[in-house]
Design a protein around this ligand. Structure first.
Ligand code: BGC
Length: 370
């Protein structure tokens, strides 16, 4: 049986994430049905299914909305798909979930704008008899989340950390100087991505093979509020001024996603410096182009079509009163319970394997052939 590191998210204080215990887990498939797992007696075709998505902070969220609308309709349900407004995402999403409950939604699928601020709403959803599924991002601090469906976030981080090391090794000998960026601290995924990456990078840092030039290694120092490109760009600008003036070299940047990777590259190019090895995530069109041009080094293929399909399958199974397929019942502790999860495997993508990785993707594959 394969063993690998796992992350456990614990909540130290409201909206404050601390990543704790790392141990190993069995990769065995565990059927649902323990005490923590929601069972339904099923519901009718045509039932309302709510889908609450965060603001459109990356292409995958935009795509997910359309896929949910079509996928739920094809599966015979009435999808109510809503996005939180970028200017007031938390309040907006709270209101949208409340209105899904009022409409009698049987299942509410949530990509949280802020995973720590939804307990009141998901508890109301449970009260009303709905099943709550956390989609892509975990919902924290509440018993009222039944399932989690996501790509394996810890593995995403591990792949990013390894890609950073591989990319730098391919360009020359160490020791290497790097900088670290992480995602928004209100997204439970951010700490998991970062911990996954650090599980690979820390040994290299401890061995002196890799140096974080600025010394900023704490997740709080590396965070990017709201996953906003402008915040990553301005932090990179400041790092260049403080640490990389003149000819001082920067060999690599750990970027948690593609939007931030492009902002970091823009900042470095603006300063007239050579673009280092920069990681990413999401396989956004502009980043795949950049990888093919030899600028951004890597991204992660987390095909949104598969993730939405897995969530829609959960809805279908719930409607038929079937057990829900989960494959991880240990890793995702939301602060008060371990949420049974169905995790999909992410894939690292560099220029080398892009054509192979996107061979079934009609949008991305052509970009690898130009
Ligand atoms: C998702 C990433 C995405 C980020 C910003 C995360 O929760 O897992 O795919 O890049 O949010 O939208």
């Amino acid at each position: 049986m394969r063993k690998f590191a796992r992350a456990s998210v614990a909540v130290a204080a409201v909206a404050m994430l601390t990543l704790t215990a790392c141990s190993s887990r069995d990769d065995a498939e565990t059927p649902a049905g323990d005490d923590d797992t929601a069972a339904t007696t099923g519901f009718d075709a045509g039932s309302v299914i709510g889908v609450a998505l965060p603001s459109k902070t990356s292409e995958n969220w935009v795509l997910a909305g359309d896929l949910f609308t079509n996928g739920l309709e094809e599966a015979g349900f009435e999808g109510d798909v809503q996005y939180a407004n970028a200017s007031s995402p938390v309040a907006d999403q709270q209101g949208q979930i409340q209105s899904m409950i009022t409409k009698g939604a049987k299942v509410i699928i949530i990509g949280a704008a802020d995973g720590g601020q939804l307990s009141t709403q998901v508890e109301a959803a449970k009260e009303a008899g709905a099943v709550v599924i956390a989609y892509d991002r975990l919902i924290l601090n509440t018993e009222a989340v039944d399932y989690y469906v996501a790509y394996d976030n810890f593995n995403v981080g591990e792949l990013q950390g390894q890609a950073l090391l591989d990319g730098m090794a391919a360009r020359g000998e160490g020791p290497y100087t790097i900088e670290l960026f992480s995602g928004s601290s209100d997204d439970a995924n951010s700490a998991v991505f970062f911990d996954g990456a650090m599980s690979v990078l820390q040994p290299a840092i401890d061995a002196g093979d890799v140096v974080v030039g600025s010394g900023q290694t704490d997740i709080k120092q590396t965070a990017t509020a709201g996953w906003k490109a402008e915040n990553a760009q301005s932090r990179m600008d400041s790092l260049i001024t403080s640490t990389y003036s003149g000819d001082t070299e920067l060999d690599g940047v750990l970027s948690p996603n593609d939007t931030l990777a492009r902002a970091i590259i823009t900042s470095i190019q603006g300063a007239g410096k050579t673009v280092p090895v920069v990681t990413g995530q999401d396989s956004e069109v502009e980043s795949v182009k950049s990888i093919m041009e030899g600028l951004q080094y890597s991204t992660i293929n987390k095909d949104t079509r598969n993730l939405v399909a897995a969530a829609v399958q959960m809805v279908t199974d719930l409607s038929e009163g079937k057990d829900i397929e989960v494959n991880d019942t240990e890793s995702y502790d939301n602060g008060v319970k371990v949420v049974p999860a169905y995790l999909l495997p992410p894939q690292i993508v560099t220029k080398e394997n892009a054509a192979e990785s996107y061979k079934d993707d009609p949008t991305l594959f052509p970009l690898t052939q130009e």
